[in-house]
Design a protein around this ligand. Sequence first.
Ligand code: GLU
Ligand code: ZN
Length: 492
Amino acid sequence: MEVRVRYAPSPTGLQHIGGIRTALFNYFFARSSGGKFILRVEDTDRERYSDESLEDLYNTLSWLGIEWDEGPVVGGPYGPYIQSERFDLYKKYAEQLVAEGKAYYCYCSPERLEALRKEQAESKSEYQGYDRHCANLTAEERAELEAQGIKPVIRLRVPTEGKTTFHDILMGDITRRNRDISPDPIILKSDGFPTYHLANVIDDHLMHITHIMRAQEWIPSGPLHVLLYNAFGWEVPLYCHLPMVMGKDGQKLSKRHGSTAVRDFRAKGYLPEAIINYVTLVGWSLDGSTEFFSKEELEKCFRLENIHKSPAVFDYKKLDWFNGQYIRATADDKLAGLIVPYLQDAGFVHDPLSEDEEKLVSKLVPSVKERMKVLSDVVPLTAFIFRDEPVTDKNVYIGKGADLDKTAEALRKGMSILLDGVKAGRSQEDIENDLASLASELGLKVGGVFQPIRVAITNSTVSLPLFDSIDMIGIDETERRLERGLKILEEN
Ligand code: GLU
Ligand code: ZN
């Protein structure tokens, strides 16, 4: 049996971490088992649909390099793969169920249903939901309602007795009493649009989907879907509901934890390699210890058996760590290409780069590479090269355990050691040693000397290594800034 799996998002919002985790698991399972990965757009909810979401879906998948074998744009033997282009088909299948007595037309007005709901709520009746008012209308009764111009919905007959079970590869058998399944849910709306459940089941069947891998939130829909498969007389695919994605506090991952839209991660400068690697580890592991996986490796080694059952935590810090690792593993010239847009957006360099800017960028890459967690970090790290905005708050210059007077003295003595040393061509190490000795002479920690120097030169406490910074702006500019720093400290 050829594995056929699908990612079936609804374009009602931006692609988020949980969604692409589902996409990645499906994609890697298809690749590692020699099967097909299908993309299906579930846009039955026309009210929540947005073009922006659909575009974001395509952009995100292509940025991650997840290619689908069948789906929108590329087509395939069971298309179209966008549900709104398949509406006639759902109607046909729903009517078939009516003809077979497995579903029926319901003419109840929204007012009647609302009154029913209220009444049930007030009487606290155990029975909730539709009262099957139209379940047994005669042909005459129906004809009369039709004659009034009422457009019916179609409801599925849910058995009142018995149980429905489905098997989940991870969770085992999941059983629900039929009477607990929403009584006779609507499968086709009065405007002829399908509901999510109908379209989902029909498409999974017609597209020959073998495994349904989706978020655990969909488990409650499972029994209803099985009833639909049964009503059609179709084989039920295998289910594999994926562990929930949680924040570090054990709550379902949401905007409260931070941004979850992949687009935002991309904008901040996360690399697709890092996202793929880390997100795949959210609820999956090969051997419990291997951490680094390229996309190509995952395309070979991903197995369903290794998906975890328990909820998985998405840790933003861990992703930062992975991203830093991938940045450091990126070749300098490639990294230069990746950071240039950030420098351009900040207005630091021109688009396109001038020749001098190009040289400067190549020069700063090895230095920033070691210090970036995300590509956008290049902006604060290098701002001092492109903009000169001195720190005027004296406190920023003062290292741990030092005071203003000592700091001024440290800067005065330190800058001459530094400037004389550089001009005389002394080694970095020698200069640093002398600065450290100065610190102990003054009764300061090394930071007490280095901090004012660093802040004066780079206008910041977070920046490139000291000697790299000097190299970037040149010794004359360095001298000018150090003198200015001293003035700031000595001013009243
Ligand atoms: N359209 C559903 C969603 O947005 C897909 C559910 C499923 O995969 O069956 O999550
Ligand atoms: Zn009715």
